[in-house]
Write a protein that binds this ligand. Structure first.
Ligand code: KIV
Ligand code: ZN
Length: 528
């Protein structure tokens, strides 16, 4: 087996890049996925489900790129019980020294009969054949009984026993539709341990969805009954109501270790806040304020009685500290007089090793920001770093050169007008347009200058940081030929941030168009 097993260790299998990503309106680029994968690797997860390689060329490439990069976690990819899916996993993952193939098939009556239109025996045969095929590529094979939560227990036991016999080293029991309640789900795991004779030859894993808000409770109950792997996503992302949330199970196991008779995970708790923020930003899925562990209100005490209690003894109302999951309360300030060493020291303190960014480049961005903003806070610096990483090694076809906007209020006789100069490839071009507001006028200019006709499906503006000094962060989703693309922009000026967000989306669309054109050319050359 790929992972050496301590009986008290609960493996954390992260599926943010697969189950989480499949639920996003827009897909993530390889680069964005790599950024998340690196953070997960540093967070201490044991297995990273990197994608579903058969689903698209882009996914195949992301899986391959991430598999090559991971330093600690095992790279894993998903396959249906179909030969070409498993072959694609093997091909994409073979760049890694060690990897896992995760193959799945549905086992509940409704899925077997109505979705797959097969018999239980057919499904069992497909599972066995697929596991054996996957074992030709790796000795680390996970098998999932999709919709196990609603699968007749006799069939589930038979399936698990045969999957282990066929060579599966991890058996995953998903509550695919988030239907079970904790006692019931724990009972399913217990029955498997009681009735499957070879159960000790595999790790039992759980994968709980949150449709009834029970994903964390179900996963916690499962480990009390012998499961030793939890599948989860950062910020609880995932299909519909999401998957079990990584930070919730990690902190529950850490905090309640005594109750759990010494169970533990290898998650580095102080990296949780940063990983959560990174995933929220890249996925354009803000963390709800009341979200356990990582929400902005998770550690806030509002009522007088609570505040009074906390002042007397924090533990009256606080079971964990924000610092324990990596939130810091000493915000650092810098000005244009701060030197490079100060920037480096601040980033080190925030947990960014020096080899993870280009100090000269970040410093020049910092100086520009400090000139406009006066004081720069550590969260501003983090935002600059984030944007530097997004841009790294990417050539941008469109770049904003100048922007002028006139707006006096549409209800008071003014006609919002914008004039935008963009670098388009090697040439500079200018357009002026009116609109129903300043952002609309700017967007009309960008649309003409780029020639990209896309539909704005979402526009969100946030304050990055706190108070009047906060940077404006704009996130847009645009629909281009039925595909959703996400763009981000940040600036002290919200109109400029809006322009940068749309230009960012247009650059991503342009890169996608280029890849499509190259593919068509390749296909044509092959056919000749
Ligand atoms: O929810 C589910 O059943 C899944 C499987 C592919 C493991 O995501
Ligand atoms: Zn799932």
């Amino acid at each position: 087996m790929g992972i050496s097993i301590d009986p008290n260790k609960v493996l954390i299998f992260d599926t943010t890049l697969r189950d989480g990503e499949q639920a996003l309106p827009q897909s993530l680029s390889t680069k964005q996925k790599l950024q998340i994968a690196r953070a997960l690797d540093q967070l201490g997860v044991d297995v990273i489900e990197t994608g579903f390689p058969i689903s698209s060329e882009g996914d195949f490439q992301s899986v391959q790129t991430i598999a090559k990069e991971l330093k600690n976690a095992t790279a894993c990819a998903l396959a249906r019980c179909v030969a070409k899916d498993i072959e694609a996993c093997g091909e994409a993952l073979k760049v890694a020294d060690h990897f896992r193939i995760h193959t799945f098939i549905a086992t509940s009556d409704i899925h077997v009969h109505d979705k797959l239109k097969k018999s239980q025996d057919d499904v069992l045969d497909m599972a066995i054949r697929s596991i054996k095929l996957a074992r030709n590529y790796t000795d680390d094979v996970e098998f999932s009984c999709e919709d196990a939560g609603r699968t007749p227990i006799d069939y589930l036991c038979r399936m698990v026993e045969n999957a282990i016999k066929a060579g599966a080293t991890t058996i995953n029991i998903p509550d695919t539709v988030g239907y079970t309640v904790p006692e019931e789900f724990g009972g399913i795991i217990q029955t498997l341990f009681d009735r499957v004779p070879n159960i000790d030859q595999a790790i039992i894993s759980v994968h709980c969805h949150n449709d009834l808000g029970m994903a964390t409770a179900n996963s916690m109950t499962a480990i009390r009954h012998g499961a030793r792997q939890i599948e989860c996503c950062v910020n609880g992302l995932g299909e519909r109501a999401g998957n079990c949330s990584l930070e919730e199970v990690a902190m529950a196991i850490k905090l309640r270790q005594k109750y759990l008779n010494g169970l533990y995970t290898d998650i580095v708790a102080t990296n949780i806040a940063r990983t959560s923020a990174l995933v929220a930003k890249i996925c354009n899925e803000p963390v709800p304020p009341h979200k356990a562990i990582v929400g902005s209100n998770a550690f806030a005490h509002s009522s007088g009685i609570h505040q009074d209690g906390v002042l007397k003894n924090r533990e009256t109302y606080e079971i964990l500290t924000p610092q324990s999951v990596g939130f810091t309360d000493n915000t650092m300030r810098m000005t244009a007089r701060s030197g490079r060493h100060m920037i480096r020291a601040c980033l080190t303190q925030l947990g960014y090793p020096e080899d993870s960014y280009d100090l000269n480049e970040i410093y020049s961005r910092f100086l520009k920001l400090a000139d406009r903003k006066g004081q720069v806070f550590d969260y501003d610096l983090e935002a600059l770093l984030f944007f530097q990483k997004q841009d790294e090694n990417e050539t941008n076809h469109f770049e904003l050169e100048t922007l002028n906007v006139m707006s006096g209020g549409v209800n008071h006789g003014a006609i919002p007008t914008a004039s935008v100069r963009l670098k388009v490839g090697k040439r500079s071009r200018t357009e002026s347009c009116t609109g129903n507001g300043p952002v609309d006028a700017v967007y009309n200019c960008i649309s003409r200058l780029t020639g990209i006709r896309c539909k704005l499906t979402s526009y969100k503006i946030n304050a990055n940081g706190s108070g009047m000094d906060a940077l404006g962060e704009v996130n847009v989703n645009v629909d281009y030929n039925g595909r959703i693309f996400h763009g981000m922009g940040i600036s002290t000026d919200v109109i400029e941030a809006s322009a940068l967000a749309l230009i960012n989306a247009c650059n991503i669309i342009e890169r996608a168009r280029l890849i499509d054109r190259e593919k068509v050319k390749e296909r044509k050359e092959k056919n000749h």
